[in-house]
Design a binder for this molecule. Structure first.
Ligand code: PEP
Length: 249
């Protein structure tokens, strides 16, 4: 069975005061029955990693550069994230693809760099609203998988997150049938590319307006092994019910 994962993406939110939310979450679920991850802004990563070090909740970055070091002002390497305590990194999030023009090829290079640095690469794919309306959802995601995922992975080094762009931060959620259709396709794609044994073990996350109120039904969809959560991961009181729903799934 794939590892179940509840991953929080704080995006560009949070200064020192936000550490209290992570402290509250750690106190509320000292022994979660699933993997729990928080990806804070880079400025908080080291302190958050120290704060959570004694417990099971892990930390991650939200992006990394494809190179190990060099003249790349403002960027952070995968090795630096690992040095700051991260165990994972989100790559190819739709906001990075939109705000920074990240291509599938760049996401693949970053993913390879992340894995080489010992991080779990959480690679995001997902269609825009226009692409869904045009009936292109599956072909868009297939192209993203083909272009963004490294050739050499294991279920311990790769997580794939399906995040329809139109569902992120909007309160709009696909139907369960729509989530099922995409996750079934992604699972088949991973089995074809990496072999059935490896493909079946890779954790697949759904992301896009997951809340405590809708988490249980989403986690009941076949091949949904957890969630990538934005807004509802910022407060312990909002993230906790999602973790609990995943534990119960
Ligand atoms: C995300 O940023 O990956 C995300 C899914 O955001 P939200 O949960 O706020 O829709």
């Amino acid at each position: 069975m794939p590892r179940k994962l509840a991953a929080g993406n704080w995006k560009m939110n949070g200064t020192t005061g936000a550490l209290a939310e992570a402290r509250a979450l750690a106190a509320a679920c000292p022994e979660p029955g699933v993997s729990v991850l928080i990806c804070p802004p880079a400025t908080l990563l080291s302190r958050l990693s120290d704060l959570l070090a004694a417990g099971p909740i892990t930390t991650g970055g939200q992006d990394c550069h494809g190179a190990t070091s060099g003249a790349h002002t403002g960027d952070i390497s995968a090795e630096m994230l690992a040095d700051a305590g991260a165990g994972s990194v989100i790559l190819g999030h739709s906001e990075r693809r939109a705000d920074h023009g990240e291509t599938n090829g760049e996401v693949r290079i970053k993913s390879e760099a992340a894995i080489a640095a010992g991080l779990v690469a959480i690679v995001c794919v997902g269609e825009t609203g226009a692409e869904r309306d045009a009936g292109d959802t599956l072909s868009v995601i297939e192209a993203q998988l083909s272009g963004s995922l490294p050739d050499t992975i294991t279920p311990a080094t790769l997580v794939v997150a399906y995040e329809p762009v139109w569902a992120i931060g909007t309160g709009r959620v696909p139907t369960l049938d729509q989530i099922d259709e995409v996750h079934t396709m992604i699972r088949a794609n991973l089995r074809a590319r990496y072999g059935a044994e490896t493909g079946d073990e890779i954790t697949l996350l759904y992301g896009g307006s997951v809340k405590g109120a809708n988490a249980s039904e989403i986690f009941a969809v076949a091949d949904v092994n957890g969630a990538l959560v934005g807004g509802a991961s910022l407060k312990a009181d909002d993230f906790l019910p999602i973790i609990q729903a995943l534990e119960a799934s």
